[in-house]
Design a protein around this ligand. Structure first.
Ligand code: AMP
Length: 216
């Protein structure tokens, strides 16, 4: 299986599409946001240090995120196809990732850019809810992404919660950070010949079909 990077504005559906790929093909989903949130939830020394930065919508330092990612990528389950979601988020991280993967004898096969209008992304962010137990994502405003039983996860019955950084003002900070830092990465991967632009304006199923046509 291929190793994939998702690039998209916040709340564009990277988590939803990753869940679908994991379920259908068995990819390993590596979300740096999830790795960081785990630290915050566990109230580790690092988690306490980064909690405020994360709720503000600003980036956590490259060193911290890269260290967490490195630990994750050295685990054996990443040998048969992984999805990177949320990393790289700037050019420095893209260069670091190249070096890291080289060191680990791995490579990125495809970069999938989910195109998304900022107003739609904001609407999605405000409706987003996540399982507090297994991290599966839902959306209270989108029919196809609503849970069967309001407030609870279809998979594990865990309680569904909103992320502290999915409010309107924090979303704007995250969106601006994306435009300034993350969009330039597209050129980086276009030059390498592995950038694929996915029309993300339809339903999650439409987007998934387009993604499947690329990864096959
Ligand atoms: P996400 O779940 O990808 O939306 O990430 C949530 C938050 O985690 C971001 O707003 C940042 O504070 C932090 N974060 C996640 N990935 C990175 C990264 N690659 N670099 C810096 N900060 C990150």
């Amino acid at each position: 299986m291929k190793n994939i990077i998702f690039i998209a504005p916040p709340a564009a559906g990277k988590g939803t599409q990753s869940d679908l790929l994991v379920k259908k093909y068995g990819y390993v989903h590596i979300s740096t946001g999830d790795l960081l949130r785990d630290e915050v939830n566990r109230k580790s020394e690092l988690g306490i240090k980064i909690a405020d930065i994360m709720s503000s919508g600003e980036f956590v330092s490259d060193e911290i995120v890269t260290e967490l990612l490195k630990n994750r990528l050295t685990q054996n389950d990443t040998n048969n196809g992984f999805i990177l979601d949320g990393y790289p988020r700037n050019i420095a991280q893209a260069n670091t990732l190249d070096a890291l993967l080289n060191e680990l004898d791995k490579k990125v096969d495809a970069v999938l850019y989910l195109e998304m209008d900022s107003t739609i992304a904001m609407h999605r962010a405000l409706g987003r809810i996540t399982c507090s137990n297994c991290s599966r994502g839902y959306n209270k405003y989108e029919e196809k992404l609503k849970p069967l039983k309001e407030g609870y996860c279809d998979d594990c019955g865990g309680e569904l919660i909103s992320r502290s950084d999915d409010n309107e003002s924090t979303f704007k900070v995250r969106f601006d950070a994306y435009i300034e830092n993350t969009q330039p990465i597209l050129e980086f991967y276009r030059e390498k010949g592995i950038l694929n632009i996915i029309d993300n304006s339809g339903t999650p199923d439409n987007t998934f079909a387009l993604i499947e046509s690329v990864i096959k």
